[in-house]
Design a protein around this ligand. Structure first.
Ligand SMILES: [Zn+2]
Length: 178
């Protein structure tokens, strides 16, 4: 199972990458809160993702952590607003950004995405999707990617939007309980 999807919850705390995903979730709150609602196309319903990467000069290690972060957003791909195949799917954007910067992933590879991957993204993550190909190999014989999510997809109850409308400190407090 090269792509393993799990809900970010204390019930899964013993699964690979949980602690990393917790940090990624907090970093996602901080990173996107800085730009949400500032007319760059990232609104309250916009899904965000973060991927743990081996640190480089451009992607330095987080304080106290052995990894850096490549971010992705459902409205933004590497290089700016993107309506193409990689756009509208935060997890694809994060992996594409990491690939464009030739970043190595952590072992185990860990991604946090706010909404669970849609079927199209699951397919893409495993190397079967169209458009801009996944730069990493999580196919049947490839590496394992641990994908952690916070909210179900589709977001029928607009839980993600409600979360993003909370003040940042309340978002952080919520994530600490995931
Ligand atoms: Zn998707």
């Amino acid at each position: 199972m090269p792509v393993i999807v799990r809900h970010l919850t204390p019930n899964n705390a013993l699964q690979p990458g949980y602690a990393t995903a917790q940090v990624l979730a907090q970093e996602t709150v901080l990173h996107f809160a800085a730009v949400r609602g500032t007319n760059v196309g990232i609104g309250p319903a916009s899904c965000c993702a973060a991927l743990a990467v081996q640190p480089t000069h451009q992607f330095p290690a987080l304080p106290g952590q052995g990894f850096g972060v490549a971010f992705g957003n459902s409205q933004v791909a590497a290089g700016g607003l993107d309506q193409g195949p990689v756009g509208n799917h935060a997890e694809r954007c994060a992996l594409t950004a990491a690939g464009n910067n030739h970043l190595a992933l952590t072992n185990p590879a860990v991604m946090f995405v706010e909404l669970a991957p849609c079927n199209g993204c699951l397919n893409w993550l495993e190397g079967n999707g169209g458009g801009v190909a996944n730069p990493y190999d999580f196919g049947p014989h490839g590496d394992t990617l641990n994908v952690w999510y916070a909210f179900d997809y589709p977001d029928v109850n607009q839980a993600l939007q409600a979360f993003h409308l909370l003040p940042i400190d309340q978002q952080q407090a919520a994530v600490a309980l995931w």
